[in-house]
Design a protein around this ligand. Structure first.
Ligand SMILES: C[S@@+](CC[C@H](N)C(=O)[O-])C[C@H]1O[C@@H](n2cnc3c(N)ncnc32)[C@H](O)[C@@H]1O
Length: 351
């Protein structure tokens, strides 16, 4: 999975990645500026909690096509110029192909770049990542009658096929929950956890906000060990994730229990969690705009409503999780968690 996604020459994110309607999959920012505008409000809240520092870092990790950061900065400048003035926009990105698209989307902006957040220390402000944790490689473990085994991939008759062996690292076996039924699969991502831990030394004071699909350990267990590793190409789930490595996206649902453990181990304090639906509603994404008078305004309003409904769909984007961790910063009273209920169910989008 690591090679298929990040091989320096042929990895999907290195050589092929294509996001948006013309690409392999959509993310929230492909549906217009609504997601970014709502998140801009959340970032202003966090900046306010930090005491409105004159200069602060606004870091997006894994910035895709760069449109989210562009739209956030636009919204801040329009709505909250006092916060926009001191914001130092920064991108952490490993894909050279996406860096090019980000440069184009943010042309004319004074941006900082890094491929590793640790190079940015000391960060004071906000680190945000949408659909990044799901892109890290996972180990797939299976409970068998003979104990826990790991899924390896080997070449058989010219194609890649699964084979079970003893876990590649001794600690992987005990990471599988007792309740996982025999035959059930469980994914563990030391890479994602290590990446979250690497943000600890980078951020001196402020917040980390992750948005992604997945659930806590209990929610993942309700899937009865079906496993969540899957591939996408041209907006379709592909039937064989091992076919044509590097030619398509591979992803797995995020285990937020493991992410929280990694974050707390790195010195962060849990500050809240909500479904995307609840968080965006709490941030006012549905707040009425001016009444549409002309036919063109009415058409625009319809498009806007439909995009917002898609972002809030409880069976799709709306079921994603917003999770926030703080470091040397207050954790109470964050507006994005004001309506939080933990009742995420259903499936949709890349979930
Ligand atoms: C699924 S895309 C999401 C893009 C964007 N956030 C959006 O919502 O459209 C994953 C992003 O994470 C980046 N990425 C993957 N691994 C990374 C890492 N270790 N550090 C920083 N960025 C990473 C990818 O290159 C890509 O930009």
């Amino acid at each position: 999975m690591e090679a298929a996604l990040f091989d320096p020459q042929d990895g999907y994110y290195t050589s092929r990645v294509a996001l948006g309607f013309e690409g392999d999959y959509l993310t929230a920012s492909d549906l217009g500026p609504h997601f970014a505008r709502a998140l801009a409000k959340a970032f202003v809240d966090l900046w306010t909690q930090l005491g409105k520092p004159a200069a602060w870092d606004l870091v997006e990790a894994g910035a895709g096509r760069g449109v989210f950061l562009r739209d956030v900065l636009g919204a801040l400048e329009r709505e909250r110029p006092e916060a926009a003035r001191g914001a130092r926009p920064t991108i952490v990105e490993v894909s050279p192909r996406l860096r090019e698209q980000q440069s184009a989307a943010l042309a004319g902006r004074d941006l900082r770049w890094a491929s590793d957040a640790r190079a940015l220390a000391p960060v004071q402000g906000v680190i945000f990542a949408n659909e990044v944790l799901d892109a890290f490689p996972v180990h797939v473990l299976v409970r068998t009658a003979d104990g826990v085994r790991e899924v390896f991939v080997e070449e058989r008759g010219g194609v890649l096929a699964e084979t079970l062996r003893a876990p590649s690292q001794s600690d992987l076996g005990w990471r599988v929950p007792e309740r996982l039924p025999q035959g059930g699969r469980w994914e563990v991502s030391p890479a994602a956890e290590g990446w979250v831990a690497s943000l600890g030394p980078a951020l001196t004071s402020g917040y980390v906000v992750f948005v992604d699909y997945g659930g806590d350990e209990n929610e993942l267990l309700t899937r009865l060990g079906a496993g969540t590793l899957r591939g996408f190409s041209r907006h379709r789930l592909i039937s064989d994730p091992y076919g044509e490595p590097g030619a398509h996206d591979l992803t797995a649902s995020v285990n937020f229990t493991a992410i929280r453990r990694a974050a707390e181990g790195a010195g962060f304090v849990f500050a809240g969690r909500a479904t995307q639906r609840d968080a965006l509603i709490a941030l006012g994404i549905r707040e009425a705009t001016a009444r549409a008078e002309t036919p063109i305004e009415q058409l625009r309003a319809l498009g806007r409503r439909s995009a917002i409904d898609t972002l809030l769909d409880p069976n799709g984007f709306g079921a994603f999780e917003f999770v926030c961790f703080a470091k040397d910063a207050p954790t109470d009273g964050l507006r994005m968690f004001a309506g939080a209920r933990s009742d995420a169910t259903g499936s949709g989008s890349r979930r």
